[in-house]
Ligand binder design. Sequence first.
Ligand code: 13P
Length: 248
Amino acid sequence: MARTFFVGGNFKMNGSKESIKTIVAGLNEASLPSDVEVVIAPPAPYLQYAAELVTAPTVTVAAQNSFDKLSGAYTGEIAVNQILDVGAKWVILGHSERRTILKETDEFIASKTDVALANGLGVILCIGETLDERNAGTTLDVVNTQMDAVIAKISDWSKVVVAYEPVWAIGTGLAATPEDAEKVHAAIREHFAAKVGAEAAAALRIIYGGSVNGKNAATFNACENIDGYLVGGASLKPEFIDIVKSRE
Ligand code: 13P
């Protein structure tokens, strides 16, 4: 079963109306491949703005976080329905910056994933090991444990894209090698198949994130289990379009 290639742009806490307008105009004006799904994730204040600017048919908008309650006294949190209401279709959950800086647990991320999916958002679910965990040889234990928390909570994975983002590769300029990334992606898919089923595993998109740029993206082209990228820094630059086109 062919998995649609997926390229996400995580702007993190960067940008302004002016810069987001420029990025979206670049995407709208580029002749993007029709078989690549592109999702851009601006900071929350710009979700509606970005969603209204997008005209490219393959581009949609994601939030960078959502809460596991739908409304109420949760100061500062963002509800799934509010994200949908302003025109976004996806949410990034479990990003390592939220796991480490905001101390989000596997269980909380699973709960947020459950609520997001149940209310109509697609979820870009981030997993990945730290450098210490990698050096200790526990990469697969870490990512499988992160996956297991969500596997225990949800049954329909059709609206989930898993982003494998080794923490040591994020923002460092040191991307995983295609060989290393492919090995981990294949292992994630194998573990998922054992837990959830072969059919769901064959359909699950597992994308790579961590220092992907316009130059190295195509080096992953031969990796069977890499179904796209989650791009940080380079998603703010014109080279994001090169990444979207990297399979051409
Ligand atoms: P960089 O592409 O800047 O390394 O960031 C990756 C990332 O964290 C995307 O979510």
